[in-house]
Design a protein around this ligand. Structure first.
Ligand SMILES: [Fe+2]
Length: 498
């Protein structure tokens, strides 16, 4: 029997009085009373409308209706997070990257969709805006992490780049506490960790606007930060993601750098495209030592699909957008681009000392993922998502007409054959990041399931869509009907039961 609870969160002057949003980027603290230029009203940003519009309720619904059949072996939680501004009175909350993190989760067990929950991460600011107590003292750069949610040694961690500590969540998505890896994380972290299952190591590359370096962190099997390497780096670039192979850490030094003047003027995310900052790849042994840098043509590198060693080369597959890329857009809302995100490959030839770049697929796509067991090892398959609304939002900000090729779909790549399959969704059905879950006892890399939230425009709500990865273009195995809309957001994970 279905049942649900709703907690409506009010908007209005009470929230305005509750205080401004502390951004996930340290410099937000440099000008706490500043206002973003040209931020306008709440309706000024395409990242607050349509598929992006934040939801205002926390829902709990049990025994969700399902079309098709949920595979009985999928026992765990599918979690995905994203920005969901809680109160829009502070213009800095309008920037897509700074919305308060909200995790959307579906609990699957024995072929049933047991529950759906969506919960804000309770940072001190969010707790205050919700009128709830915040246990203890808020950590520096406190923020409701909005970028990724991962399982790690029995815990669920919400992650953010730059300053904020991760937040630990419990199995019902309640915020537990800030998490610092048993008191061993000193300072900034990342949203894009890489877990090497064979080595039982969690790797991170952290940046911070006032640092003259970036940090490579290795969290070993004990769950502690066992090694920290500081890599000198000028210009304070935004290092959203990185790559990991069996031998190397690959840093991507992008020409998007911290801008003190923009911070002083109150820019929500004070990072700018910097023509004077060269684009480089840095290759460093996982155990540390000198970093070897390779200058390459500038692009906006957004996400790593995966990376691996091949002879004397390091192969990195990734999504990127053409230069220049504007984090601030027109001063409100979110980033803007001058072209579609594509899937590309860098081959770093360590012997010859140069980098070859290849376009793998010009179908606009983002949020690339692999079978997680192969992170840092050679993969054959990759998965990605397209959402027309996302592209439209980027181009609305930039004033460029939408690309007709960009439709709502999930994509499966076969790198061995150089082919792709596309699972299309109808107009208005925005698809978000796909996560691959292996079948129990799987022998083939793609023997398993692909899970993603997809908007259902007819219901005005979202579904959890479950595809067979080996029958990618076939009918979904299941569509779990959620009671609400999941706004287009960022990243997530399958959290299997222990
Ligand atoms: Fe990301």
């Amino acid at each position: 029997m279905a049942g649900h609870t709703r907690r409506r969160v009010l908007r209005g002057t009470a929230l305005a009085a509750a205080g401004s949003v502390v951004g996930g980027f340290g410099p937000g603290r440099l000008a706490p009373s500043a206002r973003a230029e040209g931020s306008g009203g709440a309706a000024s940003s395409p990242f607050l409308e349509g598929a992006f519009a934040p939801v205002s309720e926390e829902l709990t619904e049990f025994d969700l209706p399902v079309s098709g059949r949920v595979p009985r072996e999928l026992n765990g939680r599918y979690l995905r997070t994203g920005p969901n501004a809680l109160g829009l009175e502070d213009p800095r909350a309008h920037h897509w990257m700074l919305g308060d993190g909200m995790v959307h989760g579906v609990r699957l067990r024995d072929g049933r969709a047991e529950w759906y929950r969506n919960r804000w991460v309770r940072s001190a600011q969010v707790a205050r805006k919700l009128g709830e107590p915040y246990p203890g003292e808020a950590p520096p750069d406190d923020f409701a992490c909005n970028t990724n949610v991962i399982p790690y040694k029995g815990r669920i961690l919400a992650l953010q780049e730059s300053g904020p500590l991760p937040y630990e969540l419990d199995g019902d998505l309640r915020t537990v506490r800030p998490y610092d890896f048993r008191s061993t994380l000193d300072g900034a972290f990342t949203a894009h960790t890489k877990y090497d299952a064979a080595a039982d190591e969690l790797h991170a590359v952290a940046y911070y606007p006032t640092w003259d370096h970036v940090r490579h962190l290795v969290i070993d099997g004990s769950g502690r930060v066992a090694r920290t390497h500081r890599i000198p780096l000028a210009g304070a670039p935004m290092m959203h993601d990185f790559a990991l192979t069996e031998k190397y850490v690959v840093l991507v030094d992008v020409p998007v750098t911290f801008d003190a003047a923009a911070a002083g003027a109150g820019a929500p995310v004070p990072y700018v495209w910097n023509e004077r900052h060269p684009m480089r790849l840095g290759v460093m042994a996982r155990s540390g030592g000198a970093t070897r840098w390779f200058e390459i043509d500038p692009v906006f590198y957004s996400h790593t699909l995966n990376a691996y060693d091949e002879g004397d080369t390091v192969v990195v597959e990734y999504t990127s957008m053409p230069a220049p890329f504007s984090v601030a857009g027109r001063g409100s809302g979110g980033p803007s681009t001058t072209g579609a995100p594509t899937l590309d490959r860098w081959v770093v030839d360590l012997r010859a000392g140069h980098v070859r770049t290849a376009r793998l697929d010009d179908l606009p796509q983002e949020f690339p993922r692999v079978n997680e067991a192969l992170v840092s090892r050679r993969h054959r398959y990759g998965y990605a998502a397209s959402a027309a609304e996302m592209w439209r939002a980027y181009e609305t900000v930039d004033g460029v007409p939408p690309d007709e090729r960009f439709s709502n779909c999930l994509v499966k790549h076969d790198m061995l054959r150089g082919t792709r399959q596309v699972h299309r969704f109808p107009r208005g059905a925005a698809a978000s990041e796909p996560v691959f879950v292996p079948r129990l006892g799987a022998r083939d890399e793609d023997d398993g399931y692909v899970l993603a939230y997809v908007h259902d425009p007819d219901r005005g709500a979202s579904d959890l869509v479950i595809l067979s990865a080996q029958d990618f273009t076939g009918r979904p195995l299941a569509r779990v009907r959620l009671p609400g809309r999941v706004p287009l957001g960022f990243h997530g994970s399958w959290v299997a039961d222990a």
